[in-house]
Design a protein around this ligand. Structure first.
Ligand code: ARG
Length: 571
């Protein structure tokens, strides 16, 4: 069945109908429904009355005050069954209480038809390119790239959940000036020439990079030869490509990057800068022809309104750079990939570049933070450090796992430690607002208390075990039994479960993955409060309460799936 939208979207649709009916002259004015700030007064709130009152002023029969507008909105509300009661507050806020009966059947239906029926509306069928991870070959993969990988993967999963057609692109820096230096260095080290280049030369890219960089910085003549090498590479001189110096360097880097992606379980399609090389000249020519780019000091530039600096699409020496590639990439993604939406997940340091490219200034990830609160310095060797960082997180949880599950086989321990360790790193990143730097601390992220992956995985496993130990088959149960909400903690839990769709919508509307982790934390809390007060197994309400447990666990699992965290059932 097609998604009917999140709770907030459904309420907003109801209020839209009432607004259009009550005030035809204002039809189309968007209805605004938000969660209520204070749950004592309501679950949601409609805030249109004040604005509408202002806009209606002077019209014949204009309501005399915002409260009168609010009353008219309530009077015209269509019968959806969703709203149990409304109340007016302040100058004209409409507080809305969701009907427990509606919630009960909303959950029952979801358990029968699947949680994908809860996807927010507005994303299905949209073609979305997510450009993320995107490290640079032979240079460095730093914490910024790790954050981009984790955040981008979550955004992609969330879009996919909502039915979007997602293309995950790894815009690898495989074409920059660093290659001239590297290729030239290898060529000169090997008197037989480039054809003799072998994997040995690229075995340790960090060593190669450092040595080449040192020569580049110290020897003016070498610097010149390295620059010429780039031009030749970009012109496609076959030796450079076929002699595999370039190819070999890229392969070696790719193998390193893959170690990270394997651990994190991230799928990405590589489409590096080199892919766009044949398109650069035509794109720049087109920009010149259309008068979008102009010549300035020998370079071809786009002067973007309001920007301090121009976007240089072709340098004065005729070379193309990072900006030219991104212009070509935007064109390719829109025209060939038919993207409706392009999301870039990169370090904040690049926001001005993307403002200039104009292809999507939204969605910049924040920088990463070191344990001392300072930004991790980018340096070669970081891939190794990133792999170690991930493995260390996994290693540190092994003892806990063994203690809790002395019966577990080595394979099970490995699986649990990987889920918790890698999950912890992801969660610690995702739970922060993406534009803030945060302190990286193993102790914090691996804690069994508080808002961590380890806590959430335990919480889920506990619910799974309640269901398992009941000895009932809940999927069979869901076909016949219904959720019934009597106890106030049952109602609160059901509402929190149903708010999953709001969290997903907020995550995508603002590209903020921490909306999902915040939601998950509130869900665990609501479950704990329910479980403290409501007996499940052996109570007269057993059937309905088991369904509530299952709905909670299913929703948690779906959150894990969006966050890229491996789910565990027994820990
Ligand atoms: N390689 C770049 C970096 O390491 C990130 C690329 C982001 N994507 C893009 N289309 N420019 O900073």
């Amino acid at each position: 069945p097609p998604a009917l939208g999140s709770l907030r979207q459904r309420l907003a649709a109801a209020f839209q109908q009432s607004l259009d009916a009550a005030f035809p002259s204002m039809a189309g004015e968007p209805a605004i429904v938000n969660p209520c700030n204070n749950p004592k007064f309501g679950d949601y709130q409609c805030n249109n009355a004040m604005g509408l009152h202002g806009k209606l002023k002077g019209q014949p029969d204009a309501p005399k005050n915002p409260r009168a507008v609010a009353e008219a909105l309530v009077a015209h509300l269509p019968e959806t069954g969703m709203v149990a009661e409304t109340s007016l507050a302040g100058p004209g806020f409409i507080n809305i209480r969701i009907s427990p009966d509606w919630l009960a059947s909303h959950l029952t239906t979801m358990l029968r038809q699947g949680i994908s029926t809860w996807a927010p509306a507005g994303y299905a069928g949209r073609r979305v390119v997510v450009d993320f991870s995107s490290p640079n070959v032979a240079k460095e993969m730093h914490v910024g790239h790790l954050r981009s990988t984790i955040i981008g993967d979550t955004l992609a999963h969330t879009l996919e959940f909502c039915g979007a057609d997602v293309l995950r692109l790894n815009h690898i820096g495989d074409w920059g000036t660093q290659f001239g230096m590297l290729i030239q260095y290898i060529a000169e080290k090997r008197p037989e020439g480039l054809n003799a280049a072998s994997d040995e030369d690229v075995q340790d890219l960090q060593v190669l990079y450092r040595a080449a960089k040192q020569r580049f910085d110290e020897e003016e003549a070498f610097k010149q030869r390295a620059r010429e090498a780039v031009t030749e590479l970009q012109g496609g001189r076959p030796e450079y490509l076929q002699a595999c110096a370039w190819q070999r360097i890229c392969d070696a880097s790719r193998r390193e990057f893959q170690k990270i992606y394997d651990r994190l379980g991230v799928q990405l399609q590589e489409r590096g800068e080199s892919f766009y090389n044949p398109m650069l000249k035509p794109v720049v020519d087109d920009l010149m022809q259309r008068g979008i780019a102009e010549e300035s000091d020998g370079a071809k530039c786009v002067f973007v309104e309001g920007a301090q600096i121009p976007l240089i699409v072709q340098k004065s020496d005729g070379g193309f750079g990072y900006a030219s590639t991104d212009m070509a990439a935007v064109k390719h993604r829109i025209e060939t990939e038919k993207a409706d939406w392009i999301i870039y997940v990169t370090d904040m340091g690049q926001s001005s570049h993307f403002d200039l490219v104009g292809g999507g200034g939204r969605g910049h990830g924040g920088g990463g933070g070191g344990g001392d609160g300072k930004k991790f310095r980018s340096r070669s060797g970081d891939v190794v450090r990133l792999v170690e960082l991930l493995d260390e997180a996994k290693q540190r949880i092994v003892d806990t796992v063994k203690e809790r599950r002395p019966d577990a086989t080595p394979e099970e321990i490995e699986e649990m430690a990987a889920a918790m360790g890698y999950g912890a790193v992801k969660y610690a990143d995702l739970k922060n607002h993406r534009t803030t730097n945060y302190k990286f601390s193993y102790d914090d992220m691996l804690s069994q208390q508080g808002n961590t992956a380890v806590y959430q995985l335990y919480a889920h496993a506990r619910i799974a075990s309640i269901v398992r130990k009941s000895g009932r088959d809940v999927s069979e149960l869901a076909k016949t039994a219904r959720v019934v909400l009597g106890h106030e903690k049952e109602v609160a839990l059901a509402l929190q479960i149903a708010r999953f769709s709001d969290a997903v919508d907020e995550c995508l509307a603002e590209l903020l993955p921490h909306r999902i982790t915040e939601y998950l934390y509130d869900l665990s809390t609501a479950f704990n409060q329910f479980y403290t007060e409501c007996q499940v197994v052996g109570s007269p309400e057993e059937d309905s309460r088991l369904l509530l447990c299952e709905a909670t666990a299913l929703t948690m699992r779906t959150c894990f799936q969006l966050l890229g965290i491996q789910v565990l059932y027994r820990i």
